[in-house]
Write a protein that binds this ligand. Structure first.
Ligand code: ATP
Length: 305
């Protein structure tokens, strides 16, 4: 059952359309990626889901509640791209303050806060937030999104601009939250992170969704898997013409035949051997999300995945 339903969500600023009629659903327990270049409309979309900005049209429903409803706020945790933190407070007092805003009983809050900070491996938690490193501040912001023990977490660029170790920590922690049954909507510039933890994703460009689905489905719709068959050039008649490879190039003294399926791999192998050559290597090539992203970001319309 969908825990988050987005129907024709649209945001205009004056005459400028930041998000143009997005519709999608997110299932309970999914990690759902929102990907796109700068200015694509990711943050605007996430803020509308969190009820922080009013859509111009359309609706977002989280666990049966519309943004702004108290019950919806209780069920949702939002990590903004840039989280303003109260620099004079310590991490713990800051988090206790927010837990109180959510009416979390003090003893429950204390346990929950220390549990989150332990799991995020935050040291020096009695230090003033203003004196913490960027990575430590990000961990505090993540713990803040968890003080009300929400079912749905919306993370806008959770690990952007952090060192690789802190980034890994945050990605791993996000994965653990998902394993515990939380639904997570996650935007990121680093496509490797999206690729490593998201079940499904949308790719946005210029306010529109240009691709959607599982990574495999998006891959399939945008080139799918290719096989590269390398063959010797010595003593052969030349590259195999069998079953018309998609592409043949000569590389480092070998022919590289690009084909689309295993049957074509076999046909190339037979043709190479019949011509006096030998297959030296076969490699499977799946386009990275990065490559797909560059392709779809330049397409005007959504392709069905
Ligand atoms: N308050 C605002 N007033 C006017 N235009 C805005 C406002 N907020 C966002 N925009 C514009 O809406 C478009 C989408 O912005 P948004 O922040 O959602 O993009 P994004 O995909 O999150 O980008 P980034 O990856 O750079 O954070 C941009 O062109 C942005 O300039």
């Amino acid at each position: 059952m969908a825990i988050l339903e987005v129907d024709d969500l649209r945001k205009e600023y004056g005459g400028f359309t930041a998000v143009e009629g997005s519709s999608f659903e997110i299932e309970r327990g999914e990690v759902f990626g929102v990907v796109g270049p700068n200015g694509a409309g990711k943050t605007t979309t996430l803020k509308m889901l969190a009820g922080l900005i009013e859509p111009t049209a359309g609706t977002a429903v989280v666990a049966g509640h519309t943004p702004g409803e108290r019950e919806m706020q209780r069920r949702l945790g939002f990590l903004p791209e840039e989280s303003p933190l109260y620099e004079e407070m310590t991490a713990v007092s800051y988090l206790e303050f927010f837990a109180d805003l959510y009416d979390v009983p003090a003893d429950v809050a204390t346990e929950r806060i220390h549990d989150s900070l332990d799991r995020l491996d935050l040291e020096h938690r009695e230090r003033r937030i203003g004196n913490m490193s960027k990575g430590m501040q990000r961990k505090v912001a993540i713990a803040r999104a968890l003080v009300n023990d929400p079912d749905v977490l919306i993370f806008d660029e959770p690990a952007s601009g952090l060192d690789p170790l802190t980034t890994n920590y945050i990605i791993e922690f996000t994965r653990e939250l998902s394993d515990e049954g939380k639904t997570i909507v996650f935007s990121a510039h680093n496509l490797f992170h999206v690729e490593s933890i998201c079940d499904r994703l949308i790719i946005m460009n210029d306010g529109r969704i240009v691709a959607r689905g599982t990574l495999e489905a998006i891959r399939e719709a945008h080139g799918g898997t290719e096989y590269h068959v390398y063959a010797t050039t010595d003593g052969s008649d030349g590259p195999a013409a069998a079953d018309s490879p998609l592409e043949v190039t000569e590389e480092n003294g070998q022919y590289r035949h690009v084909v689309a399926d295993m049957a074509a791999v076999e046909a190339v192998r037979e043709a190479v051997e019949a011509g006096g050559g030998r297959v030296t290597d076969i490699q499977t090539k799946t386009p990275s999300l990065e490559e797909i992203f560059l392709e779809v970001a330049s397409e005007p319309e959504e392709t069905e995945a």
